[in-house]
Design a protein around this ligand. Structure first.
Ligand code: GRF
Length: 208
């Protein structure tokens, strides 16, 4: 069986992208492979991380023409025969058309996942952690979920709570949440390798 082929989409610092790459390297290379990191922001730290990690990266700069941007992304998906897309701080909603294109390549499953720093459905969208901190909630957490065209509304795969410690600063909390995200995403990769999460391999037969 060929390796599960992964693309990471990111817009920011890229700590999750880096953790995913590092985790993959501890797993069997013939079972899973990060094909590339895609970024839409030229200044994003994730591009430097990709270079340091010697992982191919593509900058598909965000323009006003989302459909054209997504067409470029689909071309990369096809070139690399991507099985799973892992969103890691990718700050643009994927369109229904884009997700359908992906689903068409995986017998109806878009196989796209996102990590979010809250216990969804609490605090969807950006600034989730700042909001939880400001509201002094007793606990927050991390959610791994399938991606649909809504804002963090796809089916939940995993949720791990994280109690807040009221004496800690926002920065310390953020660090703890990031660590938890890296662990949850890493566990997901391990599940893919063990086939505890089934992968429907990329196929272009219906498009050929
Ligand atoms: C993470 O908190 C992730 O949950 C959210 O965006 C942030 C990205 O952080 N979707 P990083 O760029 O991976 O460090």
């Amino acid at each position: 069986m060929s390796p599960v082929r992964i693309a990471i989409f990111a817009s920011g610092s890229g700590s999750n992208a880096q953790a995913l790459v590092e985790k993959t390297r501890t797993l069997s290379v013939d079972k899973i492979k990060i094909e590339f990191i895609l970024c839409d922001q030229p200044q994003a730290g994730v591009l430097k991380r990709a270079e340091a990690l010697t992982v191919p990266s593509y900058l598909v700069k965000r323009t006003k023409d989302k459909a054209a941007d997504e067409k470029k992304m689909i071309r990369l998906i096809d070139e690399h025969k991507i099985d799973w897309i892992l969103l890691a701080g990718y700050m643009r909603l994927l369109s229904a058309d884009f997700l359908k294109e992906l689903a068409d390549r995986h017998f109806g499953h878009a196989q796209t996942v996102n990590i979010h720093p809250s216990l969804l459905p609490a605090f969807p969208g950006s600034g989730a952690l700042q909001k939880a901190f400001a509201e002094k909630v007793v606990q927050t957490g991390v959610t791994l979920h399938l991606v649909d065209e809504g804002m963090d509304t796809g089916a939940i795969l995993t949720q791990v709570p994280l109690p807040l410690n009221f004496s800690e600063s926002y920065e310390v909390l953020e660090q703890r949440v990031h660590q938890l995200e890296h662990q949850v995403y890493g566990d997901f990769l391990a599940k893919l390798v063990r086939q505890e999460v089934a992968t429907i391999p990329y196929t272009r037969s219906i498009h050929a």
